[in-house]
Unconditional design. Sequence first.
Length: 132
Amino acid sequence: MNLPIDQQIDAAHSAAERIEQEARQIEARIVKAGGVPPTRPYGRPVSGGAIAQNLTLKSLLQRRDPALAAYLGCGSDLQRREAEERAAREMQAQALAMQTDRLRQVNTASARYREQMNLQGRNAITGRRYGQ
């Protein structure tokens, strides 16, 4: 069933307009992320391949708009890796804090022991009385 040429032209124009609107929204989101969208002809979608070749734009989108990067086919697990590294650093900081607290307790106990030995007139290392 062939459509008259006027209807075919109108259908092609409306399809190009729809693609153009979508492409402009994507370009606006790229600009919002701080990048410069790649050039493209009217009525063509934004090419994920062109973005993948532009390492600066690709890494910028992966950092600032990972959803758009995934939509355009150049996403990565960068956000997930950074979250895992951040969690590992926090766990390491907690472990250091616990170790520091344990050392503080040991030092406090040692100071108390030395003070007690000194009050008793004993050498803290040998345990013998002074003057003997």
